[in-house]
Design a protein around this ligand. Structure first.
Ligand SMILES: *[C@@H]1O[C@H](CO)[C@@H](O)[C@H](O)[C@H]1NC(C)=O
Ligand SMILES: *[C@@H]1O[C@H](CO)[C@@H](O)[C@H](O)[C@H]1NC(C)=O
Ligand SMILES: *[C@@H]1O[C@H](CO)[C@@H](O)[C@H](O)[C@H]1NC(C)=O
Length: 194
């Protein structure tokens, strides 16, 4: 086994974080392999289209200045795109990223998004762990960035309503619990005065 220096690891994580575009999701870093989680077995992308509001997600510096974060899936012919939009807290300027969605192992909920204008970022896994299409969705991403022991993890709770009810959020948190994902690290996002 290879022993990685803590300093080196630290520097790598800082650079990785610094390099990120505001892809409007948050992440935590972890060591080891990505967990083998179960996704929605029969994912219906057509029912998933439209707008979702971000209720809470893992924290990341790239997200810390953003509020009113939404994500919208649009179908154009056979192509599905996703647009993540947030508003910068201080300047009130919009910040957005657009990507092309690939349904990689239909019919299951494993999606993959290639963000345009950022070839360095490559593609990002978007796994739909659970959704009822009409009120909540739980999105998960875990990826290795070249160096095997390090992975970045994203967990995201999305809702159809800008101000969801507690029972909607409870249904989403139950999906995270079922998959053994720690949701104490999720931060509430602001959706007021948007
Ligand atoms: C991941 O889990 C699925 C079932 O949930 C199982 O079929 C598959 O073999 C597992 N893969 C690995 C690499 O453990
Ligand atoms: C919803 O949950 C929050 C915090 O968990 C609590 O403060 C609030 O009273 C709950 N609202 C309702 C309508 O139960
Ligand atoms: C997230 O959901 C909770 C309900 O549990 C709600 O009280 C809160 O306002 C929501 N926050 C956002 C940003 O939607």
């Amino acid at each position: 086994m290879f022993v990685y220096s803590k300093w080196w690891l630290c520097l790598f994580l800082i650079l990785l974080q610094y390099n990120r575009t505001p892809a409007v999701y948050a992440q935590v870093f972890a060591l080891g392999s990505c967990p083998n989680l179960s996704v929605v077995p029969d994912f219906k992308i057509d029912q998933y289209l439209g707008k979702w509001y971000s209720n809470r997600s893992y924290f990341a510096p790239s997200l810390s200045g953003l509020e009113c974060v939404t994500t919208e899936y649009v179908k154009n012919g056979a192509k599905v795109t996703v647009k993540n939009i947030g508003i910068k807290r201080i300047t009130r300027m919009r910040s957005s990223t657009t990507g092309t969605v690939r349904h990689i192992e239909p019919p299951n909920g494993k999606l993959n998004v290639v963000f345009s204008g950022d070839p360095t970022q490559g593609s990002t896994n978007y796994w739909i762990l659970g959704t009822d299409y009409t009120s909540y969705s739980v999105l998960w991403s875990c990826m290795h960035f070249g160096i095997e022991p390090i992975n970045t993890r994203i967990a995201w709770v999305l809702t159809r309503e800008q101000h969801p009810t507690n029972s909607t959020i409870d249904a989403a948190l139950a999906v995270l619990n079922k998959n053994g994902i720690d949701h104490s690290k999720l931060r509430l996002m602001n959706q007021h005065n948007c």
